[in-house]
Design a protein around this ligand. Structure first.
Ligand code: ADP
Ligand code: ZN
Length: 769
């Protein structure tokens, strides 16, 4: 096997892709015919004749204009062949690009993606080249919006009036009022839900001004003086030596850097990158989410020149120029979220995946790839090293490290002899019994908050649920307010004074009486971050609290602003959803409170325990990072659940051992492999019928060739309806990917999209709802 770590049980190597994926043969190529793939959900390569005048120009990776059926469309040339598939071969009309948009490795990689994730090869290529690069950055101008004096003087009542007439326009004004300076119209439209017409109306009424201005241009990739590397501790040195030695080998493989929070992983990434640059090679650094990792990005930029950060929100031409800079070797390091794994960087020596366990690496629309797995495949093509860094490895990575596919390096101590914080579990059932009633903030959490705050230290509170109250029900008849379009209870948002569906964003005015029994006994049950904020302000009026969730963090720079203010001590309490669980390093934080450890634990998902363990460990890692030590309080109604008790004792290995036993018994990943097929239709019967049809075919396949495939379902998906579409699903489970791929290829014809039922195939799924 060429790349030793790509073993059969992890991912199929390129060679295992069956021949019909490309007709490129072994005979000397005369570039007689071009192989072209289209952006359609069909895994087929089409052959076209290359007119003489284009023969010398056409290169694989360029787009071409072609006749297809009775229309003219574009496609990517992925290669050449001497033997066309039919006699009725048509001519390429023209070549679209001057230079290839995808190089040989990217072509190979997208072919792997189409094979592994069962999507069209063309779909995969179109997905990895940013749209703005394909449109050649035509949108060089951007409309910028500023707020007028009239808006600044708006009183509450007038704003309320606008809100009843035009809620989205009111949202625009609210956003502008909470922001200094100009905002791009595109961004404003994205966060307010208003459209361009609405903005123009506001302009006409004199609330805002709209101005066309050229977009930002590329910032210099070269900055001022650089910081020097730190002297490594003995443990770090040991880890670095292993990496260093492997980097000198022709196929350096995959390293799992399993280091507890604060053990100095980032320093190891930085010095490994330095090493790779010394070798004249380049590096990609993936983070779970750009806006939440500003601290890490600053640390990288402080050490190296020629760093490109790929923000997903980069405006059109800006993204285009960044992409081109990378392609033209003007950057040595690319930092970005999952799609940056497709950065057109050449000569890669290292790919770092920070917080490799994060589910943001999985893309939840087509192609449904996992950037961590793509990194491993890409690195194997480039003979580069992959470092997977985390305090809480995904069970997949942990398992591959125990079987020897990956090399594992463990850092079990924090820098500076700092201890991991003690974790107190508060049994909320006991709390209710003892104090005769439910309090969101338990006595113990309140006690420790008082202690920390009175010593001038900081507190982080975590709750994975936004809004004020997640259930709105009638106390008299039991009615629960659900979204009209989704089978989901709606959440009350107090500040916006509205009721929202967190799935389809539908909005209804708050209820005053029950629509069923007409009694005025509407009750708001449960709690989200907004309610905790109220509660904290009432309990701790002397201290300032900042809330970070997707309601308060709509602006592009709001994360950075909030975190900087917290770092400067302008706030004593930071309250937030999962967006505050990762990577933060604040030395004055001495207490972390997990308001409810049960939000994920109760989900119908085989990873619920794993995600609960990860979340508690990650949140706990935000404290005790300074000299003052730290403490964690976890509130739960399941205080004896192993994911909570192992997290409380910081025992990853203990947790993994137990969880792996369960996974093995049920043949879930990392042992078995999964694929999920989702069927969506406006008519429930259609979704159900199609899912049984597919399940029937799969069962025949199993019977016919004795394939080791288990078919679970069909059944209604846990969320039975989203956006008026009914959802049914099927789960395929097999010992290896090969069985899954074979089965999916076998049913490809009946999975084709139809007008009444949409089907979605998700290989290695994360979303189980
Ligand atoms: P991790 O990424 O594992 O959570 P960090 O890299 O953030 O850990 O390190 C934790 C803290 O220790 C940071 O403040 C970092 O600057 C510091 N640190 C890391 N390595 C060293 C070192 N070799 N010498 C001194 N301080 C270090
Ligand atoms: Zn909805």
């Amino acid at each position: 096997m060429c790349a030793g770590y790509l073993t059969q049980d992890t991912y199929p190597s390129f060679d295992q892709i069956p021949e019909n994926y490309s007709s490129q043969g072994d005979q000397p190529l005369q570039k007689l015919f071009a192989e072209v793939v289209l952006n359609i959900p069909l895994n087929k390569v089409f052959h076209y004749c290359i007119p003489l005048h284009l023969k010398d120009i056409l290169t694989a990776g360029m787009r071409v204009k072609i006749p297809f059926g009775n229309r003219i469309t574009s496609g990517f040339c992925v290669g050449f062949t001497n033997t066309p598939s039919t006699d009725k071969i048509k001519d390429i009309i023209s070549i679209i690009d001057n230079t290839p948009l995808a190089d040989e490795i990217m072509i190979k990689l997208t072919r792997w993606i189409s094979f592994h994730y069962c999507c069209g090869w063309g779909e995969a290529i179109y997905a990895v080249i940013p749209p703005v690069v394909r449109t050649r950055g035509k949108e060089k101008w951007d409309t910028l919006v500023t707020c007028c004096d009239q808006t600044l003087k708006l009183d509450h009542e007038t704003l309320q009036q606008i809100k009843t007439r035009a809620p989205k326009q009111a949202r625009v004004l609210e956003i502008l009022l909470g922001h200094s300076g100009e905002i791009s119209a595109k961004e404003l439209i994205r966060i307010s839900g208003c459209n361009m017409q609405g903005l123009r109306q506001l302009g006409k009424k004199g609330f805002i001004t709209l101005e066309n201005k050229p977009q930002d241009t590329t910032p210099p990739l070269v900055a001022g003086t650089l910081q020097r590397h730190l002297t490594l501790t003995t443990d770090q040195q040991h880890a670095f030596d292993i990496i260093d030695k492997r980097l000198a080998q022709p196929t350096p493989g995959v390293i799992l850097l399993h280091g507890i929070t604060g053990s100095g992983k980032t320093e190891i990434y930085l010095q490994s990158i330095a090493k790779v640059l010394e070798q004249g090679r380049r590096a990609i650094f993936l983070v779970p989410e750009i806006s939440l990792t500003s601290q890490t990005i600053q640390r990288i930029k402080a050490r190296f020149h020629r760093v490109a950060v790929l923000h997903s929100h980069l405006l059109g031409s800006f993204h285009h120029s960044q992409w081109n800079d990378i392609k033209e070797n003007k950057a040595d390091i690319v930092i970005g979220a999952r799609s940056s794994i497709f950065a057109p960087l050449k000569n890669i020596g290292l790919i770092v995946i920070d917080e490799e366990h994060e589910n943001t690496y999985k893309q939840e629309n087509n192609p449904r790839y996992n950037a961590r797995d793509i990194a491993i495949v890409r690195a194997s093509y480039e003979n580069a090293m992959v470092i997977l860094g985390t305090a809480t490895p995904s069970l997949e990575s942990y398992y591959h490290a125990t079987t020897g596919s990956y090399e594992k390096i463990v850092l079990s101590k924090r820098i500076g002899e700092r201890e991991l914080p003690p974790v107190d579990i508060v049994d909320m059932t006991e709390e209710i019994r003892r104090y005769k009633g439910f309090q969101i903030i338990s006595r113990r959490l309140e006690y420790y908050m008082n202690q920390s705050l009175s010593r001038n230290e900081q507190v982080i509170l975590f709750l994975n649920r936004r809004g004020f109250a997640p259930y709105i029900h009638c106390k008299r008849c039991g009615f629960v307010l659900k979204c009209q379009q989704c089978d989901i209870p709606m959440t009350f948002h107090k500040k916006l004074n509205t009721t929202l569906c967190h799935y389809c964003h539908a909005e209804v005015a708050p209820l005053t009486s029950c629509p069923d029994c007409l009694a005025s006994s509407i009750h708001y049950r449960g709690f989200g971050t907004e309610k905790i904020e109220d509660e904290i302000m009432a309990k701790f009026p002397r201290y300032r609290i900042v809330r970070m969730d997707s309601d308060t963090m709509r602006m592009r720079d709001s994360h950075e602003k909030a975190l900087t203010a917290f770092e400067r001590g302008e706030f004593q309490i930071l309250l937030g959803t999962q967006m505050i669980a990762k990577g933060l390093d604040f030395p004055h934080v001495t207490l972390v409170g997990v308001i409810s450890a049960d939000t994920i634990l109760n989900l119908p998902d085989f990873r619920a325990s794993e995600r609960t363990f990860q979340l508690i460990s990650q949140v706990a890692g935000r404290t005790g990072r300074g000299q003052k030590g730290g403490r964690v309080v976890v509130q739960s109604f399941n205080p004896r659940h192993y994911s909570i008790t192992y997290a409380a004792t910081h025992d990853y290995d203990g947790f993994a051992k137990k969880e792996l036993e369960y996974r093995k018994q049920l043949n879930y990943p990392p042992f078995g492999k999964l694929a999920r097929i989702i069927f969506r239709s406006f008519q429930e019967s259609k979704a159900r019928e199609k899912s049984s049809l597919v399940a029937g075919r799969l069962k025949e396949i199993v019977k016919g060739n004795g394939s080791h495939l288990q078919i679970l379902g069909p059944s209604p998906a846990p969320v039975t309806r989203i956006n008026n579409r009914f959802r049914w699903h099927l789960l395929l489970k097999a010992q290896d990917h090969k069985n899954i791929h074979n089965a999916l290829q076998n049913i490809a014809d009946i999975l084709k999209p139809s007008s009444s039922v949409q089907t979605m195939v998700d290989v290695d799924p994360y979303m189980m709802l």
